[in-house]
Design a protein around this ligand. Structure first.
Ligand code: FVH
Length: 293
């Protein structure tokens, strides 16, 4: 941090998310240098006070005390950008907010460490317009030293949640939440498609869907207790044997309405196997046991 309590940051990548991050940093008065492969995308943040570098090397050299923050499409593009300047990363602090897997984060952390750079990974739980608002939060894991030094700057993006030294933990949490989100959207898409096939407007159905999903969300914590205890005995009246018998109706009704059920059908064989394995009286959540390879 500088004497004015501001942290210089060099941002590599000015896509939708990189631009939002830079705008948040600039609004809070942190000095920012930017580089982007397509130079024209730097113009908007340059007008707001960012210094623009025309090469990655120039961006790194602009302030050797600056934290280096990458927000690029994927880990391959991060390597494409950083590999040619690997020697210039010695002694630097690198934060990578690019979406990836825990394995990719650990590999990149080891790579950075070998170069003499400290590495912090991050998983952004926000879309660009949420950045800089209380609705955004970002998981971090990896170097606690980098997190500590960057914290004030990182807090301009939204809430921070540092998960520990293992760089894989941030993307693990990120991907777990995204898995929950995509599962949710699978159901939402299917529900709208089904009622839509009968001419019911999605807008009209939305309040019913919202109410139902909110009610079902109430089971989240109970499910967590069952998973942690490894005890799936049901304390409600919806055991998996009953559900496995009714579940084919979801696919059948969809087919009758001319709608594909391909988003849902992978669950059926797992439900059937739990029943066949003798867990018919237990909760659906016990299916989790079949996901462990
Ligand atoms: N946008 C979102 O809603 C999500 C929210 C959660 C986090 N994700 C992840 O954030 C990373 C960046 O996403 P983005 O929204 O900024 O993505 P784009 O607008 O598509 O910008 C991509 C930037 O990456 C640059 N780039 C791509 N390939 C290369 C390459 N081979 N070499 C150098 N740069 C590359 C691209 O440059 P350009 O096309 O402008 O020249 C953009 O700067 C991402 O991991 C999301 O999953 C966002």
């Amino acid at each position: 941090m500088s004497e004015h309590g501001k942290t210089p940051v060099t941002v590599l990548g000015l896509g939708a998310m990189g631009t939002a991050l830079v705008e948040a940093l600039l609004t809070a008065g942190h000095p920012v240098t930017v580089w982007n492969r397509t130079a024209s995308r730097t113009e908007a943040v340059a007008a707001k006070g960012a210094s623009v570098a025309s090469t990655v090397s120039e961006a790194l050299a602009a302030d050797t005390n600056a934290i280096v923050l990458a927000c690029l499409l994927d880990y391959d593009s991060v390597h494409e950008v950083l590999d040619p300047v690997a020697a210039e990363l010695a002694g630097r602090q690198l934060i990578n907010l690019t979406n990836g897997t825990p394995g990719q984060a650990r590999e990149m952390s080891a790579w950075a460490e070998e170069l003499g750079a400290a590495y912090l990974d991050g998983g952004i739980m926000a879309v660009p317009p949420m950045i800089g608002t209380p609705a955004a939060f970002i998981f971090y894991s990896g170097s606690g030293t980098v997190f500590g030094r960057a914290r004030t700057a990182l807090e301009t993006f939204g809430g921070v949640n540092y998960l520990g030294a293992d760089p894989g933990l941030a993307p693990l949490h990120d991907i777990a939440l995204l898995s929950g989100m995509y599962g949710y959207f699978v159901g939402v898409i299917q529900a709208y498609a089904l009622v839509g096939s009968a001419g019911i407007k999605a807008r009209e159905f939305a309040p019913l869907l919202r109410g139902w999903l909110d009610a079902m969300g109430g089971f989240l914590e109970r499910s967590a207790e069952q998973i942690d205890d490894g005890d799936y005995v049901t304390d409600v009246v919806s055991n998996i044997e009953m559900q496995a018998a009714a579940f084919p109706n979801l696919a059948k009704a969809a087919a009758d309405q001319g709608i594909s059920a391909e988003l849902l059908t992978p669950l059926q064989p797992l439900m059937d196997k739990r029943v066949a394995d003798g867990h018919g009286a237990e909760d659906l959540i016990g299916v989790i046991e079949l996901l462990k390879k």
